[in-house]
Design a protein. Structure first.
Length: 260
């Protein structure tokens, strides 16, 4: 399979690339330096040049350039153009969205039937991009992801966040009443590839079926021998879990067997 990836150097993109490389697939990383995201002609020519079987659109505005309304350009306009280009060139288009399309006021856990309600911020941008994706390309697939768990400090994932909290505050405050949507990067990559041949619609990708943030942080600390000072709280009360029986992904305790 020939695969093009936007955001190939990001957390999910890097994991997806490693997984595809192991499978022996041909991977093309989108080159933003070469192909401006606001030049339709160049974007179409780039996709036409490489002729991928599938395009995974993972990129976000993670490296700001100072452009006005940059988040909207990256999250919405670029997504819209890529969805249309893939439709015209008959390339499978898979767009990664976020659990944040559900606001903190939404009542989880969420299923494919749950109505997203984000009214502002990143979640709103991604929700509008989801809608635009299907308008531009009815054959597209949207995958809503939770918080990604990596294996090392130094990238934008849960481990990095926890290490920073410990370094800055000398402790990690972790709610015993928050059930976050999350999954290990490797499992997310496998799940995304499994969606390639599925029917066009929205899919929910999540490994956390029953554990609180406090339990997950404690298990990660033990796994990495981090000796973090973890303080249980009830500061955040929210069930953010996503359940979708159409998506095959291991539960968290496969990689974290010390979870209760």
């Amino acid at each position: 399979m020939k695969v093009m990836i936007t955001g190939a150097s990001g957390v999910v993109g890097s994991g997806l690339r490693r997984y595809l490389d192991k499978r022996g697939d041909e991977v093309i990383a989108w080159d933003r330096a070469r192909v401006p995201i606001d030049d339709y002609a160049q974007m179409e020519a780039y996709v036409r040049e490489h002729q991928p079987d599938v395009l995974f659109h993972l990129a976000t505005a993670s490296r700001p350039t100072g452009r006005e309304n940059e988040n909207w350009w990256v999250n919405y306009h670029w997504t819209s153009e890529l969805a249309w280009i893939c439709r015209q060139l008959k390339v499978k288009f898979i767009y990664t969205s976020t659990v944040m399309v559900y606001s903190d006021n939404a009542i989880g856990p969420f299923t494919p039937e749950s109505t997203p309600d984000a009214k502002s911020g990143y979640g709103y941008d991604k929700l509008k991009a989801e809608e635009r994706t299907f308008s531009q390309n009815p054959d597209a697939i949207v995958a809503r992801l939770g918080w990604q768990i990596g294996n090392t400090v130094g990238s934008n994932n849960m481990i990095d966040y926890l290490a920073k909290q410990m370094a800055q505050h000398g402790e990690i405050r972790a709610s015993t009443r928050w059930y976050p949507a999350c999954s290990f990067v490797e499992d997310t990559a496998h799940a995304l590839v499994s969606l390639v041949n599925k029917s066009p619609t929205v899919y929910l990708v999540n490994s956390n079926t029953r554990w609180t943030f406090y339990e997950i942080v404690t298990a990660l600390s033990e796994k990495h021998h981090s000796h973090w000072k973890i303080v249980p709280t009830e500061d955040f009360i929210y069930d953010q879990r996503m359940f979708d029986g159409r998506v095959s992904i291991p539960e968290l305790n496969v990689r974290l067997p010390n979870l209760p």
